[in-house]
Design a protein around this ligand. Sequence first.
Ligand SMILES: Nc1nc2c(ncn2[C@@H]2O[C@H](COP(=O)(O)OP(=O)(O)OP(=O)(O)O)[C@@H](O)[C@H]2O)c(=O)[nH]1
Ligand SMILES: [Mg+2]
Ligand SMILES: [Zn+2]
Length: 299
Amino acid sequence: MNRAPEDLNEEHLGRAVRKNRPKKKPVADNPGRPAVVINVSVKYCMVSQNGEVSRVRYEIPVAPGDEVTIRNEKVLEIAPRRTTLSRTEPSNVHKWRVIAANIDYLLIVAAMANPPFRPGLVDRYLIAASRGGIHPILCVNKTDLTEDVSAAAVFEIPTVFCSTVTGQGIDQLRDMIAGSTAVLAGHSGVGKSSLLNALASEDKARIGEVDEDTGQGKHTTTNSRLYELSNGARIIDTPGIREFGLGKISMEEIQAAFPEFMDRGCRFRDCSHRDDPDCAVREIGGPRYASYLRLMGEL
Ligand SMILES: Nc1nc2c(ncn2[C@@H]2O[C@H](COP(=O)(O)OP(=O)(O)OP(=O)(O)O)[C@@H](O)[C@H]2O)c(=O)[nH]1
Ligand SMILES: [Mg+2]
Ligand SMILES: [Zn+2]
């Protein structure tokens, strides 16, 4: 009977072969310890093991939310990522950056005023969420500043109207993400860190103030960081951005982002909703249609 070489056991190997075999690495002695990445800087990252935070080196690129194994104060390996939120670098559209890993919810934070609402960014986050397998939740913050939230009520995704001033929506949002990992994303100044502070109110003593004071009376987040809440939620606060680079977008991705256009009764089933005749979507128009045209313009 022929045996594959790996079937051969010790008795089948000559003495010389046995002697020259590489020594076993002492892996069994120190298998490493599991941890979650909370914050990344050059060469080093902060990791948490059941709330105990330490600083370790890494060579394989890591992102907040990564489940890693640590050995000898170094990241040994990263577990396969369940989900990722990624975008292209502002300076290089071919270079991808993983913003966060293993996230369940993308909290797209927007304000109706100060700064003004920009639907284009929400559209882009929705495509990123769909690509990354993450559930989006639109958080319309600063509702204390304006009564009219109609511009934000057009998205067919779970939406929470909230205010860190009046406390509106905070309990609802906390319940929605309990036991999950969520990432706060949006323009600078919309209130991401304020929402984190409000959501983490019970953990304040442990977490401390989230913001970093820039010394100019302004608190701007400069580095993403994961926070562990007592309700089991993990929240990643990220710096505000102007643009969200998506790389190349496909027609299918855009159409999937506008499910409400499916059954509007266009003459053609494969209507592009641009210049096809008898297009009901074009006829109805509105802010979602404007969003659609904006994204189609990028194809
Ligand atoms: N009126 C009002 N102001 C708010 C609310 N939430 C936050 N703010 C204020 O908005 C400003 C920006 O809030 P931040 O939480 O720092 O915003 P951010 O999204 O984390 O900003 P970056 O870190 O720069 O991305 C601060 O002055 C907050 O006090 C709110 O619900 N209502
Ligand atoms: Mg912030
Ligand atoms: Zn159409």
